[in-house]
Each structure stands twice: as C-alpha cells, then as structure tokens.
Write a protein that binds this ligand. Structure first.
Ligand code: NAI
Ligand code: 15L
Length: 295
C-alpha cells in the first residue's frame, strides 16, 4: 500500500492526515497538535525553539530558568524544575511528543546530576506514561561512550563506557527509555549528541560536530519516523573523520547535510599538534575524561 502524506510546509496550518486511522499502524503524524520542549532556555533549546514551532500548532516550552525574548503565538512557557514530580506531570499533559533537552549538560557534582538527569528524567518518563505521550526524543550524549579510544569506530549497540557521572546519567536515561518502551510502549530516540555548536571549537570536534541544521533534521526524523521503538543514534554531521557508525539507526531516515571539513584547515593552523599522551586526546570524551570529581 502506498501512503501519500501532505508536504510539510512551515506556514501550513492544515491538520496532517491521521496516519493511525488510515493504516491501523502506530505511525507518528507529520504535524503535531502540541509538542513539549524541555531545557528550552539552554543553548540547544534556544536553537530548536523556532525550528520546532514549524512542526506543531502549539509548542510548550519549559525550563527552570526564564526564557529569553517574548513568546510568539502558539508558544507556551512553564517554568519548572525537573526534580518536581507534580510540575513535570503537568508539563506532559496534552502533549503528543516530547523533546527532552533539560538537565545538567556537563560534568558536575553528583547532587546536581542526580536531581536533573536521574530523578528528573524518571519524572519525565513517569509523566509521559500517565499522560499517554507516545514518543520522546531524549538528548543523550556521546559521553555515554566517552572512554572508547579515538582510534576506534563504535556503534550504538556497543557496551556503554561513560567517561564520568554525567555520561553515566545519560546511560541511565537511555536504560529508562528502553524500560518504558519494553513495558509501556513509549517510543524513544536517544540521540547521543556529539558537539552541537555554531562551529567546531577544537580538533576533537572535527569528529564530533553536529551543525544546528543537522540537529533539526535529526530531531525531526526522530519525531516522525514511523516506528522507532527505542533507537539509539549518535548525533553528528557528515564529518569526514568519525568515531561512530550509525548503520543500526538508518531506519530513522536521517541524512546529515553539513560537514566539519570546511573548518579543518583554520582549526589545525590555529591549534598546536595534539599531545598524544593526553587522555583528552586518547579518548573520545576529550577533556570530560579528566573533569571532576569535584569534592
Ligand atoms: P544547556 O546547559 O545550555 O541547557 C540545559 C538546560 O536545562 C538549561 O537551560 C537549564 O536551565 C536546564 N536545566 C538544567 N537542570 C534542570 C532542572 N533540574 N530542571 C529544569 N531545567 C533544568 O545544554 P545544551 O547545550 O542546550 O544541551 C541540551 C541537552 O543536550 C542537554 O541534555 C545536554 O546534556 C545534551 N547534549 C548537548 C550537547 C551539545 O553539544 N550542546 C552534546 C551532548 C548532549
Ligand atoms: C556534551 O555532552 C556537552 O553537553 C556539550 O557541552 C559538549 O561539551 C559535548 O558533550 C562534547 O562532547 O563536545
């Protein structure tokens, strides 16, 4: 059977075809009535905020910090800490899918990681279960496998090797996603984001860089691929040198269109040759492998 769906246009307010009714399959619609974006005040949240609005009628934004700028029509903001179960439950009410960026994003003392990334992610999945949310896009991190070496190419099914408590907390989030798929049929795409910045900042990021445009492509693929179960994928652009093989996630249909290569010459001229004895050069996690403990 051929399924024809409407072309998605940024300003198109026409409701998408209901693929579930048409096919009897649990397919995800291409346009959402309401999406939730956590971590909306952060670096990637600020980037994704206007981009995600194109794919939904209402975009619920949340963070424990205030948002920059005024809300535009169709945006809602709920200020909430992820450690607050009742507040997180309210966030998930009436949303079709969640893009979960909120939480601690670097190596930090345990108490902060526990609150934002362990307890907070648990609250989010519980809220999704109680509210019947069908799919979550989870911002995991390459630091789940940061203790693999830079001379190895690994994939999403290799055993985790976190490079710190932060990476460990993201591995917990991925395990939680697997549990909620196996037990409760909540789908997740866990994106092990590499380094998503305007441009790569150092030699390591030539391998790990994810452009903002490719981030959008990947998040939209994760939201709209027909069937994902729990899929893990590394979030990277089409970089010439890479440590990650995403073959097992090809069903998402993500095709990166940017590459770090155009930054290489300037970066290598600017930065001295790497010290090959430095753990930050030996391991994929870079400086994270020697950050902390803080006590
Ligand atoms: P960020 O630190 O700029 O943003 C995170 C946001 O989460 C902040 O606005 C913060 O206020 C909020 N937050 C933290 N703890 C919270 C809590 N307990 N309750 C409610 N809100 C809380 O980080 P960024 O760069 O925007 O990253 C977004 C997500 O992507 C994070 O989960 C991060 O771990 C992940 N990621 C990002 C990468 C990157 O290159 N930017 C690479 C790998 C993963
Ligand atoms: C991450 O997980 C961090 O959130 C981000 O700030 C970067 O440092 C990135 O990893 C990286 O590995 O470059």
């Amino acid at each position: 059977m051929t399924i024809v769906v409407r072309q998605l246009m940024p300003d198109d307010k026409t409701p998408a075809f209901d693929l579930n009714t048409m096919t009897g399959l649990p397919l995800t619609p291409l346009r959402f009535a309401r999406l939730l974006l956590t971590g909306a005040a952060g670096n990637l949240g600020r980037e994704l905020r206007p981009r995600l609005k194109k794919y939904c009628d209402a975009l619920r934004l949340s963070d424990r910090e205030p948002l920059a700028g005024d809300l535009v029509p169709g945006e809602e903001f709920v200020r909430a800490g992820l450690g607050d179960a009742a507040a997180v439950q309210a966030l998930a009410e009436g949303v079709a899918a969640i893009v979960h960026l909120g939480g601690v994003s670097t190596e930090r003392p345990w108490e902060q990681i526990l609150d934002g990334n362990i307890v907070g992610t648990y609250h989010l999945y519980e809220a999704a279960r109680r509210c019947g949310v069908g799919r979550i896009v989870f911002a995991s991190s390459n630091h789940v496998t940061g203790f693999y070496r830079q001379d190895e190419v690994i994939g999403p099914h290799d055993p985790v090797r976190p490079d710190g408590l932060y990476g460990l907390s993201k591995a917990f989030g991925e395990n939680l996603a697997q549990l909620y798929w196996d037990r409760h049929r909540i789908e997740t795409v866990s994106i092990r984001i590499g380094s998503s910045f305007p441009e790569p900042k150092d030699r390591r990021m030539l391998a790990t860089w994810l452009s903002f445009d490719d981030l959008e492509r990947l998040v939209v693929a994760a939201l709209t691929a027909p069937v994902v179960g729990h899929t893990v994928i590394y979030g990277m652009s089409d970089n010439a040198a890479t440590w990650w093989d995403n073959t097992t996630a090809r069903h998402l249909g993500y095709r990166a269109q940017d590459s770090s290569e155009r930054f290489r010459a300037a970066l290598e001229a600017r930065q001295p040759a790497p010290d090959r004895g430095d753990p930050a050069v030996i391991y994929q996690g870079g400086a994270f492998v020697r950050t902390g403990p803080f006590a």
